[in-house]
Design a protein around this ligand. Structure first.
Ligand code: CP3
Length: 341
């Protein structure tokens, strides 16, 4: 078994590990001084993403500093719409801008630029060469629904209103966007595997804004389609689903999508999840990123509560959402001691 020393991969496959694997969403990023220094030197966020040497270095930074059990590819979920032909900018303090927004132009106005994905696969190859044998390498994509919310509005939005309105007003037009994203995502994840990742995560950051029937149609069905096609190509590569905000819809998501492991956000009660989700399903999560900022005894209690809830099943310790830029490095050290003792 060549990969049996990868704790995170073992847990994703439902196996027992001698200690709990841990990694943090957004672990490569602004809370790290070495990231801020490289970003300062190289320019903007996208300049880093499209420079395979820089992106590989940033992927490895948190592994060197903390020895996390997983390394997540440094990139962004919005690289896929960029390759589908939307212009993409990240303005400091403003978040992403995609143009033209699909609410104005629709999908047919876009001319795909598939070469925009090539540097990402080059980054994967470089990281693969440099990563310690025991570290699991995670690729990722955004889920169609979450990516579509940005494509339709042309930017982030508080309640994803533009995409939700379009989905009701013109389900055929919105369905065409989702179908195109399903196709792109299958291919994109498959190419990440071929370049060297061990497992993949689907980020569905805005799945919480949908009513139950819309959730079935725009979250569960496209995710199930991606997982089925991906699994037919790579049956041995685990898929983590992270439907942030799904709440009471988590059991349906777990049953119906075919994902191998499920990520929980910090609003989910771990004891409820342990009882409500299939017994053998590996769970990832779900520390409140603000408890990590608080540190001390608050952090100790929060960590203990999560660990005790998942004693009986494969569990990968993580945050409920990305680590925040003002997180003290010493609190990350404290967290690792708590999880690994
Ligand atoms: O987890 C990791 O470290 C891997 C890399 C990664 C990034 N973004 C790097 C990033 C991953 C997996 C993402 C996913 C992502 N990107 C999501 C889904 C997860 C989530 O956070 O909900 C979403 C919605 C995006 C889109 C996105 N990217 C936004 C809205 C922003 C601006 C807001 C922000 O946090 O700055 C980004 C920028 C971004 N993506 C940064 C990083 C490290 C910050 C870049 C910088 O300012 O240096």
């Amino acid at each position: 078994m060549p990969d049996s020393n990868k704790l995170l991969l073992t847990a994703l496959n439902g196996g027992k590990t001698e200690r709990k694997p841990v990694w943090l969403m957004r672990q490569a990023g602004r809370y790290l001084p070495e990231y801020r220094a490289l970003r300062e030197a190289k320019g903007g966020f996208l300049d880093l993403v499209y420079d395979p040497d820089a992106a590989a270095e940033i992927t490895l930074q948190p592994i060197r500093r903390f020895g996390f059990d997983g390394a997540i590819l440094f990139s962004d979920i919005l690289i896929v719409p960029h390759a589908m032909g939307q212009d993409l900018r990240f303005e400091a303090g403003e978040g992403p801008r995609l143009s033209p927004p699909l609410i104005d132009s629709g999908l047919t106005a876009l001319n795909a630029v598939p070469s925009r994905l090539e540097p990402i696969f080059e980054t994967v190859e470089k990281v693969k060469q440099a990563l310690p044998a025991e570290t699991t390498f995670l690729g990722f994509a955004g889920s169609p629904w979450t990516v579509a919310t940005y494509m339709v509005a042309g930017q982030g939005s508080r309640d994803q209103s533009e995409a939700r309105r379009l989905a009701y007003r013109d389900p055929a037009a919105f369905g065409a966007i989702i179908a195109a994203l399903v196709e792109q995502t299958i291919d994109y994840l498959s190419r990440q595997v071929k370049a060297g990742v061990d497992a993949v995560q689907l980020f569905d950051s805005w799945s919480g804004s949908l009513s139950p029937d819309q959730f079935e149609r725009w979250v569960i069905a496209p995710t199930a389609a991606i997982v089925a096609a991906f699994k037919s190509r790579h049956p041995e590569v685990p898929v983590i689903g992270f439907p942030k905000g799904a709440g009471g819809k988590l059991p349906a998501y777990a049953r119906e999508t075919g994902i191998d492991a499920i990520g929980l956000d910090e609003t989910v009660d771990p004891h409820w999840a342990a009882a409500a989700l299939p017994r053998d399903l590996p769970i990832q999560g779900n520390l409140d990123p603000l408890a990590l900022i608080a540190g001390g005894e608050m952090l100790e209690k929060a960590v203990a509560r999560i660990i005790s809830a998942f004693e009986e099943r494969p569990h990968i310790f993580n945050l409920g959402h990305g680590i925040l830029p003002d997180t003290p490095l010493s609190h990350v050290e404290q967290l690792l001691k708590l999880v690994r003792r």
